[in-house]
Design a protein around this ligand. Sequence first.
Ligand SMILES: Cc1ncc(COP(=O)(O)O)c(C=O)c1O
Length: 350
Amino acid sequence: MNSLIRKSVQAMSGYVPGEQPKVPDIVKLNTNENPYLPSPDVQDILSMVDIAVLSRYPDPLCMELRKAIAELHGCGVENVFAGNGSDEVLALCVRAFVERDGAVGYFDPSYSLYPVLADIEDVRKKPVELNASFGWQMPENYAASLFFLTNPNAPTSQKFSKANIGEFVKAFSGVVLIDEAYADFADENCMDFALRYENVLVARTLSKSYSLAGIRLGYCVGNAELIGAMYKIKDSYNVNYLTQEIARVAILDQNTMKANVQAIKETRKMTLEKLSELGFEVCDSQTNFLWVKPLGITAKSLFEALRKKNIIVRYFGNDARTKDYLRITVGTAPEMFKFLDAVEELIRDL
Ligand SMILES: Cc1ncc(COP(=O)(O)O)c(C=O)c1O
């Protein structure tokens, strides 16, 4: 049987997404979703959908949606690629920009999908270790076809400085995909680099700040030639009709997104302060999650004890650099109070 499967596929481990348990009363803080409702215009557009349109294929080029994205970022439609979640955008980058003997670069720790995407295409991986406090490490004497640069970084929640990123993209000979999945929660972003440097693409998603993880819409912005290459190789109808419509109205309603982001930032600050008071090490977050090293209890024990109380956070126990930390999505204030009460109780009972 194994002879039927490519050797590289046999050898690789697939990506393991965070759990999506369907249990009532769960406090779900494990996959960086947004706890608030998306734009009310999403409800309106769904009520107006004429089901007759569903018998036809959707626009393969997502023109109306791309116009809305182009308007938002002050670029042309030819500078925008729309995909089935930013995960699809990232996968297409490996397929479009990395030769068979090429390599994919990324920081470590960072989004654990990147090495899996390299494995799928059977190309080399060239991780660059972040410094001891998960901060910037300039890749020296470094060559790769594509570098995935997550900013702010996940799972560490911190941002890198624009000066460092700018220096890197100017020196690097391949394509730099700046993955800005969490940029709406940060103080600054690098979207201007996508329009200034011909080797830079900036990816965004509607899964986090827009509360729309369920529709699967991600996009990237950059040089029209790079975008054109991605359009050449994508599936014909990669973004379904409903997603195109929902994403378009959500992007036009910036106010709802910004209000939700503001609420999350306030809850983030409150949670960070409370965890710091408990003596936990908490990184300065620029995202909708916190990267936390507990005090007096191991990350693994805290993760397991919280789980028994129906509170789910994310634990990356397989890696020496991440095994002492937990990644905690910022939920609503009541959810975070439940989480904090549970943590305090667990520590008290030690
Ligand atoms: C850094 C990063 N990039 C991309 C994604 C995937 O986003 P999407 O839901 O658009 O596929 C995630 C999801 O958690 C992420 O953390």
